[in-house]
Design a protein around this ligand. Structure first.
Ligand code: NAP
Length: 254
């Protein structure tokens, strides 16, 4: 198992689903973790899980749509642990499900704000800090397989996730020589509370239909995404930057 001993990681949306699992995996491998979430209760549960396993973490109430919150999150990491090595920009929402003709402008704005502007806000604060460190840093953004292809009824989500890949490539270019690597993961459909909210895991017919879009004919697990995030943060990925790494069970293989 790769060690992240004495490293410091920030995970946004760390209070649930993929973020929680990734925070726990970072901590299991020795990192101190800043769990940043708008849902503080969920964040505290993640911290308890980490501490119960002998790890080290703090929760910071963070709304990624706020540049001030994003900066405060980075400041909290530096104040508690002295630096910031890894950032997983993962906080996200599903947004409305409706055809473009019926999509509410307000709901469009909110999914863009959380899923796209949020990643920009966090990268701005994180990369500024990482550039100032001799040791650099590594950023992983959580896009989606829907950052690469469309999905009917999810225009806001799809547009935001495509945007995250554009941001990721641009940040990678800007930081090719600064010691900061920037990549994205593009998960297929992963079994988390987000899918329960979207009605996907609770409706067996919809679940089967979604599962069948993956060559492996199943949903992914949060651990399978966390493993990819940790690989991108590892020295084994030292020449990988600007990449959009699919973790999608063959969704795009057809
Ligand atoms: P999740 O279980 O709902 O976790 C997302 C977390 O982010 C929640 O704790 C949520 O809090 C928090 N959050 C929402 N808005 C926030 C904000 N403005 N600032 C800070 N935190 C905020 O969802 P998940 O499935 O793990 O999704 C995590 C990421 O993976 C998202 O970016 C999602 O788009 C991406 N992803 C998921 C799938 C999938 O199939 N599950 C597939 C591809 C990509 P609340 O619960 O209070 O909203």
């Amino acid at each position: 198992m790769v060690s992240f001993d004495r490293a410091v990681a920030v995970v946004t949306g760390g209070g649930s689903g993929i973020g929680r699992t990734t925070a726990v995996e970072f901590a299991d491998r020795g990192a101190s973790v800043v769990v940043a979430d708008v849902d503080v209760e969920g964040g505290e549960e993640t911290v308890t899980e980490i501490e119960d396993a002998g790890g080290d973490a703090i929760v910071v109430e963070t709304d990624v749509t706020s540049p001030a919150d994003a900066q405060a999150m980075v400041d909290a990491a530096v104040e508690a642990y002295g630096r910031l090595d890894y950032a997983f920009n993962n906080a996200g929402i599903g947004g409305e499900q409706a055809p473009i003709t019926d999509y509410s402008a307000q709901k469009w704005q909110s999914v863009i704000d959380v899923n796209l502007v949020g990643v920009f806000n966090c990268m701005q604060a994180e990369i500024s800090r990482m550039q100032d460190q001799d040791t650099g840093g590594i950023v992983v953004n959580n896009s989606s397989v829907l950052g690469k292809v469309g999905f009917e009824t999810s225009s806001g989500y799809v547009a935001a996730k495509h945007g995250v890949l554009g941001l990721t490539k641009t940040a990678a270019l800007e930081n090719g020589e600064t010691g900061v690597r920037v990549n994205a993961v593009c998960p297929g459909f992963i079994e988390t509370p987000l899918l329960v909210e979207g009605g996907i895991t609770s409706d067996s017919e919809m679940r089967e239909q979604i599962e069948s879009r993956h060559a492996m004919n199943r949903l992914g697990t949060p651990t399978e995404v966390a493993n990819a995030v940790l690989w991108l943060c590892n020295d084994d990925a030292s020449f990988v930057t600007g990449e959009a790494l699919g973790v999608e069970g063959g969704y795009l293989s057809q």
